[in-house]
Ligand binder design. Sequence first.
Ligand code: GDP
Length: 200
Amino acid sequence: MKIKTAEFVVSNQDVDKCPKNHIPEYAFIGRSNVGKSSLINMLTSRKNLAKTSGRPGKTQLINHFIINSNWYLVDLPGYGYARVSKSSKKTFQKFITEYFEQRQQLVCAFVLVDVRHEPQPIDLNFMEWLGEHSIPFCIIFTKADKLKPKAIENHVEAYKQIMLETWEDMPQYFITSSSKGIGQEELLEYIDTINNSLNS
Ligand code: GDP
């Protein structure tokens, strides 16, 4: 898929205020600093579509972007940050869970994890929650340029082993690097294939 257009539509904290039309949407979520903004910019070949974060957790909004006039890319707030107060963390959890529970248009959630790190409980718990709510998701491993190919293989294998303790199969996953442009084609191809299957 070629990205012809990528435009910001709306930001809000209220799932009821998200776009009402039935365009398929794909949500991107992960811990703060995982490289989500960089990945969204890489994916769309735009320098500044999603702002790259100086301060984790600053923007706690559901951000809708429309791509090629036919699908929404949704940038969700990072989770697991330390700098927000308890009460704002609560709001975050509420509107984020409401988003996933209510958004009929959601086709797939992409859960980002840093390929360098051991599997983290917060990510595993979140994926389990998605599973319990029958929300399809994929894993996106980020920052692959920071490891050698063999180390990437080992880290992904370790992730698989942990996932297989809970899941029957390892979910679909992608290995990406925003700084090297790795994974862009595969991800866009994946989204394109789903969009085409929804249209047929
Ligand atoms: P977000 O908080 O998840 O949106 O993360 P950002 O996209 O703002 O990235 C957090 C930090 O990781 C920034 O310093 C980025 O430059 C860096 N980063 C993001 N993606 C990559 C990547 O693919 N490779 C490398 N080496 N650094 C990255």
